[in-house]
Design a binder for this molecule. Structure first.
Ligand SMILES: O=C(O)C/C=C/C(=O)C(=O)O
Length: 271
């Protein structure tokens, strides 16, 4: 359970931005960047907005099932012009089955982009500080290929770090491949991913693109969440970040991905 957000001098502004992001999410619309309208918003404020939105989603019946890490690779940092990792929360309503066709209108996806990642499923609780990549591998039941579909409630993806953190690290939906592999069975830093969009090559990347090793990114998140008193829980899914640049997704598109040694994953989109 996430603690209630403490009062701060900015708390009414924080609550207002949480409300407008939730409205944009539920209506499938965009809003102007928060950072342009409230220049004093800090990254800490943005995480408070994100947690308020999560609280509301939980109050409305969604269940927290994990976390996502974003902007972990140089390719994504350069693409989004955001230069530090961040995190968001995964709920059951964002989780789809491998191979599913996602309706953009039904699920209120507005400007989606596909990312190929490695997902971790935890077999133990884990809480920072002091968590290492080895601790993450020890606490992991399996890893699997994953498509995260990021989406932004901010107009034209005009985000900076504050905008995207407040907007749940631009999380949309995700699917996880059906092959589940023990985390030490292959060297995840050397795992080679290839993405195809509508049968054509669309991107590739190595596990090492994610902070040197995907487990390193997960350790970063365990330690960062530790500062907020938030633990990783046994059974949670952690998306460790894109191995390659994001790819625009539209109705009719089919994305497939193969990570050598880990298996495959696919997702498609319709109106
Ligand atoms: O995290 C963000 O703010 C934007 C999304 C990025 C990713 O999901 C990623 O780099 O994997």
């Amino acid at each position: 359970m996430i603690d209630k957000v403490a009062e701060t001098p900015n708390s009414s502004v924080i609550a207002m931005h949480a409300k407008e992001l939730l409205l944009a999410l539920s209506k499938g619309t965009t809003i102007a960047p928060l950072s342009e309208r409230t220049a004093s918003l800090t990254i800490d404020d943005a995480y408070k907005i994100s947690r308020l939105c999560l609280q509301q989603r939980e109050d409305d019946g969604e269940r927290l099932i994990g976390k996502k890490i974003g902007v972990t690779s140089l390719a994504v940092q350069q693409m989004l012009n955001v230069h530090q990792p961040d995190f968001g929360f995964l709920t059951n309503s964002m989780h789809f089955n491998n191979g599913d066709c996602i309706s953009l209108s039904k699920h209120k996806l507005i400007q989606p982009k596909a990312e190929g990642e490695i997902a971790f499923c935890l077999k133990n609780d884990l809480q920072g500080p002091g968590v290492t990549a080895e601790d993450v591998l020890d606490a992991t039941l399996w890893v699997a290929p994953c498509f995260e579909i990021v989406d932004s409630r901010i107009e034209d993806w005009r985000i900076n770090i504050v905008d995207t953190v407040a907007d749940n690290a631009s999380c949309g939906v995700f699917v996880i491949g059906e092959t589940h592999t023990p985390p030490r069975e292959i060297d995840l830093a050397l795992a080679q991913m290839q993405i195809q969009k509508n049968g054509q090559f669309a991107g590739s990347g190595l596990g090492s693109a994610v902070q040197g090793h995907p487990a390193q990114a997960v350790a970063w998140l365990a330690n960062t969440l530790g500062e907020y008193g938030i633990p990783f829980k046994k059974g949670e899914l952690i998306l460790s970040g894109a191995l390659a640049p994001l790819i625009v997704a539209k109705s009719g598109d089919l994305f497939t991905m193969e990570i050598e040694g880990l298996g495959s994953c696919s997702i498609s989109f319709c109106d």
